[in-house]
Design a binder for this molecule. Structure first.
Ligand code: ARG
Ligand code: GLU
Length: 714
């Protein structure tokens, strides 16, 4: 038994960089390298259909949405699809008590009704270019890291300036493979983006945080926008004279749907992965940081959820805070379990031993010396680890309550921003605004917030994270914390308002004497000493440099492997197949969900599972028109083996012919370790079936005019 386990680990590890078939987020410009594999996997189109700078290609239809999501054009008049949770902020901003678009949905029935969204941007990649030589020429490994960074920054600035001179484009250069390669991105930024439609929350967020990160899933997670440009066709700030943008390319939509085994690819903007890190980093993230963050978020979620179950007003009040806290909390749990299940630390250690052997041999043969890289990395992590631990407690725990977060802001006001009256005033305004929400229904909110304050700090105290407090028992600690909470100016509205309205730096001393601010300063001075900062920053810089060498070494070690660069919020292609999976013994997940599942989940007493009456009657009528499947069902979602991460939300999911079949919006919980290690047995992305999306726009919302704008094939 033991022997079998060991051989399994070795089997997985000996081909460490011969990536799993479906793993990888590939650079569109270099997709020729993947073309054969993609076509073998079932793709009918070519790499140049996806990315081409001489002809319109699919890349012209895919955009960065709101700086952190993906969107895609689906009509020649700039109509754009993304997720509901990506458009969420815009929907909220346009919602009022009289027009609650978040709850009831919104549909512009004419162009005039489309709603401007100041500050919202959409970015199209015009072209990209390998600029490694220009950025790195003449730099060698012995150069001091800070000096090297400065030189690179300088070169990047001038390359970018030069590249977009005389155009309306913007340029950016980003490092790949830890700075072994650099690519320049020439982008076009659109500022007039208008909200066109959104389903009600009980469709767009159906299942809420209960179903988040999970399969089977039934969320109608989409929203609709439109990009406008000036009458001469150029990006412009909002103006009523602007006209719909005519994209170089918009996606064709297929109603054929997908089934188990079908080829799909996801084209979008994945944010961050850490595929090549060593066992120390995996252990730090999965076994040190994640458990602390999860435990501290447990506390916050418990109190917020209690409150949310007490009244609709409290539900509304905490909904978006809780969505944010719960999203990371749930993902990290899946990640840590997945890391353990795949024995990731052991596998990494084994790979590192292989690398070390290879490096020794290379050195003996007179080649480049990589033998010090891994030992030095280990040593750098040893320096980083204790400080990282402390800072995790500070950020996730000390700042957890609204009370302590405001203490932090107040302390900022009194120290860093006290040089001019103007700065102080601006920070004071920010705090004033936060006071508004803090003191709203203060009787209720202070109960929740006080409980979070006391419980999180007790957690920190038990963990030995408050050595600066001379307190011996939990009872004493509770008394001490209660006193701070009640005596601080932060819980007295009148005093706070008076302080902030006429704030001048002369009041700093008074602020610093507040008991909550005093506690904040003690904690900060304990954890963020100059020595700790220096140690941390030096260790980080060492890790950055060593990872660059490690990756360069690995690429020499496995010259025949096609390495994908870690995600860095640049446009990527991930490909795979629609596929069910077995998350645990005795359970098998089919790869798609249907409207029937929504009705099975329906529960009028549970907020996340309330079904919109109109959707229920459409289900009862069983007439899905062109959007139904041959078996009479209406498909709602599907899962596939496409390698995705945060930022891929809203990304188009395309079939073998490059037609739109779905919108990516999540990953399966059992596979969230895929930021660090991918395994096609468990890693799945979750997609909204485009037919459910169109069914909702057309039959549910009655916005047929939008569907008519699109190119739809059967
Ligand atoms: N898990 C998805 C993502 O990481 C969706 C998050 C928003 N939805 C939610 N229920 N909190 O963005
Ligand atoms: N919901 C995530 C997003 O906002 C995508 C899920 C993931 O793969 O992390 O991008």
């Amino acid at each position: 038994m033991k022997k079998r386990l060991l051989s399994l680990v070795i089997l997985m590890a000996t081909a460490p960089l011969a990536l799993h078939a479906d793993e990888g987020m590939w650079i569109p410009m270099l997709l020729q390298r993947n073309e054969a594999a993609m076509q073998r996997a079932g793709m009918h189109i070519s790499a140049s259909d996806i990315y081409d700078i001489n002809h319109a290609s699919l890349k012209d239809a895919v955009v960065l949405f709101a700086g952190g999501c993906t969107g895609e054009f689906v009509s020649k008049e700039g109509l754009l699809l993304t997720n509901h949770h990506c458009g969420y902020n815009e929907i909220v901003k346009h919602s009022t008590v009289e027009h609650d678009y978040l709850t009831h949905g919104f549909w512009a029935m004419s162009r005039e009704q489309e709603l401007p969204c100041p500050g919202l941007t959409v970015v199209r990649l015009v072209r990209m270019e390998d600029v490694t030589r220009q950025v790195l020429h003449g730099l060698d490994d012995n150069l001091d890291e800070a000096q090297r960074d400065k030189l690179i920054e300088h070169r990047i600035d001038s390359l970018c300036d030069h590249a977009v001179e005389g155009t309306h484009y913007r340029a950016a250069i980003k490092p790949f493979y830890y700075g072994n390669q650099y690519f320049m991105y020439i982008n076009e930024v659109f500022n007039d983006v208008r909200l066109v439609g959104a389903p009600p929350s009980n469709i767009g967020k159906f299942g809420g945080d209960t179903d988040n990160w999970m399969w089977p899933r039934h969320t109608g997670d989409f929203s609709v926008f439109r990009v406008y440009v000036s009458p001469d066709g150029l990006p412009a700030e909002y103006s009523k004279d602007n006209v719909p943008y005519q994209p170089l390319k918009h996606l064709t939509i297929s109603l054929k749907g997908v089934d188990e085994g079908d080829f799909t690819f996801v084209f979008g903007y994945p944010g961050t992965t850490r595929r090549y890190v060593t066992h120390d980093q995996v252990d730090l993230s999965a076994n040190l940081e994640n458990p602390i963050r999860i435990a501290l978020r447990d506390i916050r979620l418990k109190h917020y959820n209690n409150a949310m179950n007490q009244s609709p007003a409290q539900r509304l009040r905490y909904a978006s805070t809780v969505a944010g806290i719960a999203n990371g909390w749930k993902k990290w749990q899946g990640e840590t379990q997945g890391i353990a299940r795949l024995r990731t630390v052991e596998i990494k250690k084994y790979q590192e031993s292989q690398f070390q052997m290879w490096a020794e041999e290379l050195k003996a043969a007179g080649g480049h010396d990589y033998t010090r890289v891994l030992p030095q990395l280990e040593e750098a992590y040893a320096r980083l680890r204790p400080i990282d631990l402390e800072w995790t407690y500070f950020n996730e725990g000390l700042l957890a309550s609204d009370f302590m977060y405001r203490a932090y802001l107040l302390w900022n006001l009194a120290t860093r921003h006290s040089t001019t009256d103007d700065d102080a005033q601006a920070t004071a305004q920010k705090l004033l605004a936060r006071n508004e929400t803090f003191f709203k229904d203060f009787d209720q909110h202070s109960v929740v917030d006080h409980a979070i304050f006391v419980e999180t700090l007790t957690y920190l105290w038990r963990a030995g994270q408050m050595p600066y407090l001379d307190i011996r028992s939990e009872a004493d600690l509770a008394k001490y914390l209660d006193k701070i909470y009640s005596q601080s100016i932060l819980t007295h509205r009148d005093k706070m308002d008076r302080l902030l309205k006429g704030y001048t730096p002369r009041q700093a001393r008074k602020v610093l004497g507040d008991p909550a601010v005093e506690l904040m300063v003690q904690a900060y001075d304990n954890s963020y000493t100059e020595a700790k900062r220096n140690t941390f920053n030096t260790a980080q810089a060492d890790i950055q440099r060593l990872m660059r060498l490690y990756l360069r070494g690995m690429m020499e070690q496995y010259p025949d492997s096609n390495f994908f660069p870690d995600a860095n919020l640049t446009l990527r292609v991930a490909y795979g197949h629609v596929k069910g999976f077995s998350p645990r013994d005795g359970v098998y997940y089919t790869p798609y969900s249907t409207l029937t599942g929504i009705m099975e989940k329906e529960n009028p007493d549970i907020y996340d599972y309330v079904v919109e009456p109109k959707l229920r009657s459409l289900f009862a009528a069983h007439n899905y028109g062109p959007y139904g499947s041959p078996d009479g069902s209406l498909r709602v979602g599907f899962i596939a083996t496409n390698h995705t991460t945060g930022g891929n939300s809203g990304s188009p999911v395309l079939n073998a012919d490059g037609q739109l079949v779905g919108l990516n919006f999540d990953r399966c919980w059992e596979g969230t370790m895929s930021d660090l290690i991918f395994d096609p047995r468990y890693c799945r992305n979750i997609c909204l079936d485009i037919r459910y999306c169109l069914f909702l726009i057309d039959q549910f919302a009655g916005a047929k005019h939008l569907v008519e704008e699109m190119d739809i094939v059967r």
